[in-house]
Write a new protein. Structure first.
Length: 437
């Protein structure tokens, strides 16, 4: 087995990027994430603007993408802990490439629904496998930077993806966006072939014994273990609760953004791309700030949720007054920029906190369980949002979303001191990474 020498106490980005396995992993992630945004923008343009889908039809598009995460998260996490994570990611990439290519031939919504469900089944395999692989190839002293860079890449793809997607839509059309997206998944899978199949870093102490025992557990036991770990750590438990509530409320309006933009007379098809780009820029700025700010992760999450609430609450009524033009584009992109900053301060600190607190042998189950819980919120939110928008209109949905997010953030801020006291009384085992011999 290859021996990977730890860089010691040098936690610089340059030292981290000398890790060839990590460079391979994030390169594949960059290409795959870029393709995700090409595919999303083309699909939303096709369904929301060209096919003029109703609020409930857009809701079903969203549900088809997230339901597999709800049902398969813990099981995928258990698979990621039992099987080779490298090959799980490669198989997922190859199969997703074929499914995205199939969108070219879809001419009815039910066909889109089926493809999205099948694609989601392989999305759910990729996520916990990638999270676990980061901890296999990165030493403990680089872990926070590794997660930050991964988040930076994910959010940076929101800048390049929509811009390139808008260019491709104008130049070659929606179908070619699907072709290029399928190619990105294939390319990601090819790059991952160079990733080591074994772990370069692991935890010491009793983890080898624990891992051997856990191989004998059932999938249901693995799922329960992930949930028990989340509940046991106060800051993780309340962070997960806040994240799920934010996603639930946020999706009431966010899933219907295309309906809100359609309220503007003579809307330009490029506007959605520019808004998503602005959101990505905002989240990218938040990722940069998260790496520098040393305040409580839970505090950052609460303030991020409050900022999103203010933006969403104001976006509804103001959008109803706008007309197509450069001033409308400026106002909406500025709003999405602020919302992106809020989203970054909500989601990125949680991911860093979860990586810091989760030992490597539990990574698949913990992240799989978190994916399942957040997916439950992402299922309920769009469903309730579609019903709400159909019954009362899109503007009230945005106002309700904004108010609810602000109230939730204030509630967490009020009990934060109590959570900190509980956390200080909780003995948390720290996983120490050492090179495998």
């Amino acid at each position: 087995m290859e021996t990977h020498r730890s860089p010691g106490n040098d936690p610089t980005v340059a030292s981290l990027l000398r890790n060839r396995a990590y460079r391979t992993l994030i390169t594949a992630q960059l290409i795959s994430n870029l393709g995700d945004w090409l595919h999303l923008l083309a699909l939303l343009t096709l369904v929301g603007i060209k096919w003029q889908a109703t609020p409930m039809q857009i809701t079903w598009v969203t549900l088809c993408a997230v339901v597999p995460m709800l049902l398969g998260g813990p099981f995928a996490g258990a698979l990621a802990d039992r099987l080779n994570r490298k090959w799980l990611m490669i198989i997922s990439d190859v199969l997703r490439a074929g499914l995205v290519f199939g969108l070219i031939f879809a001419d009815q919504l039910w066909q889109v629904y089926i493809i999205l469900v099948l694609k989601g089944l392989f999305d759910v395999l990729f996520s916990p496998a990638k999270s676990g692989k980061i901890k296999e190839v990165v030493p403990q002293e680089h872990l926070q930077q590794a997660v930050s860079i991964s988040s930076f890449i994910e959010q940076g793809s929101k800048i390049a993806g929509p811009a390139l997607g808008g260019l491709l839509l104008a130049a070659v059309g929606i179908h070619w966006c699907f072709v290029i997206d399928a190619f990105t998944f294939l390319l990601s899978g090819i790059i991952l072939l160079a990733l080591p199949g074994h772990a370069l870093f692991d935890t010491v102490d009793e983890e080898d014994t624990v891992r051997t025992q856990e191989r004998q557990r059932s999938f249901l036991s693995d799922t329960a273990a992930g949930l028990r770990y989340l509940i046991r750590i106060p800051v993780i438990a309340y962070g997960t609760l806040l994240l799920c509530l934010v996603l639930l409320v946020l999706q009431l309006a966010d899933s219907q953004t295309i309906i809100l933009l359609r309220q503007i007379p003579n809307i330009n098809e490029d506007l959605l791309g520019w808004c998503i780009t602005a959101s990505g820029v905002g989240t990218l700025l938040a990722a940069l700030l998260c790496a520098r700010i040393k305040s409580s992760h839970l505090l950052q999450m609460s303030l991020g949720a409050a900022l999103m609430g203010i933006v969403f609450g104001l976006a509804g009524p103001f959008t109803g007054m706008l007309h197509a033009g450069w001033h409308t584009t400026f106002i909406l992109t500025s709003s999405f920029l602020l919302a992106g900053i809020g989203a970054g301060f909500t989601f990125i600190p949680f991911q860093i906190m979860l990586q810091e607190q989760t030992p490597v042998h539990m990574t698949g189950r913990v992240f799989g369980t978190v994916n399942s819980l957040t997916s439950a919120s992402s299922v309920a939110g769009p469903l309730l949002g579609g019903i709400l928008v159909t019954a009362s209109g899109v503007i009230p949905a945005f106002i309700l979303t904004g108010a609810s997010l602000v109230v939730m953030s204030l509630a967490i801020l009020c009990i934060k001191k109590w959570i900190d006291i509980r956390q200080s009384k909780q003995a948390i085992p720290t996983a120490v990474h050492q090179p495998l011999k």
